[in-house]
Write a protein that binds this ligand. Structure first.
Ligand code: GP9
Ligand code: MN
Length: 418
């Protein structure tokens, strides 16, 4: 009967973070372009591989005058991988612990970012050159109120422009910009790249740097494949400029989840020159995040510890959309009230002082093991917050929530009789 929503609502309202006046509305009325960068982890940024720069374009954005670069940002996905990251972005809720929420709860009621922006007059869509049913997207996107899904059928795909999982990122992004020129504005387009996906294979002509030289073919190819994606993003920005879509847009880009699993720790240890402890593994879950606002001059590095759960409120506030009635678990990263506390789907977390991973509490920075007592308050809060997220999903509780008024659509008399 939705009565569980009372407690969840109290939690969400008491953790509400007000917008920052300086950034609220900074990108008002612009098109919103969100790019999911497949399998991109932060360790390749501002780093080289045997003397080769891996991400020259993204590196240039880390100190660009129009770009906020979030250098302490983490993915929070579980088994649902890309789809979990999409879920986090749209709903500011966590995916599930036991499987992909896109599959298990694709018919729930949600109040997505797409729904919010559609109410503000945006044309909302997702662009991704894969079969529409992959990750149950065709069903879930209806529940997320995404107006149009430009799936593989919207793209010109052939042997020459495909590799690995399908259409290569350069032609994918190029054709996507062409499709954007026909969209009503303002639009919200969420683009999902694909080439930099395991097993990270490329055509010879797209290998812009050599492979690495470890005993892991996966890691060796990863650098090359990331280098290709970096190139595709550079071309994407140029295409947007050429088609007149750049100046009036805000471009958000984030890594969706890790690309190199713990099976490659030996090779990673060779590359990074240190042992990969559970502490290091937790820190390696950092993914790049950029918010590029052309001609704003507002860019800077943001070192606040934050995660994918925070994307939705951060983006909506930049667009000048209030979120004080949204049933969200993240917070605007620019807000004074944003807390440096990133929860992983597995119950681990990262704060300014501590990293909790593999049931062990480490000091953040030194990586030294400390008494678990130090982490206990946060362990409890992580459990509580993941629990509330699970409750919302498993009980389909947003059925009972009126986003416009913030009212709970439940029988209050029954509630007070308890
Ligand atoms: C598939 C793409 C990759 O369409 O999003 O999914 P992943 O395996 O990374 O979750
Ligand atoms: Mn992915």
């Amino acid at each position: 009967d939705g009565s569980e929503l009372v407690e969840v609502n109290n939690y969400v309202r008491s953790n509400q973070a007000d917008p920052n006046e300086k950034t609220f509305g900074l990108a008002e009325d612009r098109n919103l372009i969100v790019v999911s960068m497949e399998s991109l982890q932060s360790f390749v940024l501002n780093n080289d591989m045997n003397g080769h720069e891996v991400t020259p374009f993204l590196n240039s954005l880390t100190n660009d005058k129009d770009t906020f670069y979030f250098s302490n940002f983490y993915h929070q996905t579980g088994l649902g991988k890309t789809s979990d990251s999409e879920f986090l972005v749209e709903n500011s809720l966590y995916g599930l612990g036991g499987g992909a929420v896109f599959f298990t709860h694709g018919e729930n009621t949600f109040h997505s970012m797409a729904e919010r922006l559609n109410d503000e007059g945006y044309f909302t869509n997702v662009m991704h050159a894969n079969k529409k049913s992959f990750w149950n997207r065709d069903m879930m996107y209806q529940s997320l109120n995404i107006q149009k899904f430009y799936d593989v059928m919207s793209y010109d795909v052939n042997d020459d422009n495909s590799v690995n999982w399908g259409l290569k990122d350069i032609p994918f992004l190029e054709q996507s910009v062409d499709l954007m020129t026909d969209m009503p504005q303002p639009f919200y387009s969420r683009l999902i790249t694909l080439t930099n996906h395991h097993p990270f294979t490329l055509d010879e002509e797209d290998m812009l740097i050599p492979e690495y030289d470890s005993n892991s073919g996966t890691l060796n190819r990863y650098f090359q494949s990331v280098r290709y994606m970096d190139e595709s993003l550079k071309i994407f920005f140029d295409d947007l400029k050429e088609k007149g879509l750049y100046d009036n847009s805000i471009i958000v880009m984030y890594g969706d989840h890790y690309g190199i699993s713990e099976n490659h720790n030996a090779a990673m240890s060779q590359y990074l020159g240190k042992e990969i402890t559970p502490y290091e593994s937790a820190k390696l879950q950092s993914v790049p995040m950029f918010i590029h606002i052309p001609n704003s001059g507002a860019g800077e590095e943001v070192s606040e510890i934050s995660g994918q759960i925070d994307l939705r409120p951060t983006i909506l506030h930049l667009l000048g959309v209030e979120t004080n009635k949204d049933m969200q678990l993240g917070a605007d990263i620019f807000s004074e009230d944003h807390e440096e506390f990133v929860i992983n789907r597995n119950g681990g977390f990262i704060t300014e002082d501590y990293v909790y991973a593999g049931n062990t509490c480490y000091e953040n920075g030194s990586g030294i093991e400390v008494d678990v007592e130090n982490c206990q308050t946060y362990i409890d809060r992580a459990t509580q917050e993941l629990g509330y997220s699970d409750k919302i999903i498993n009980g389909d509780l947003l059925r009972f929530y009126d986003l416009k008024t913030g009212n709970l659509l439940i029988d209050e008399t029954k509630e007070s009789a308890k």
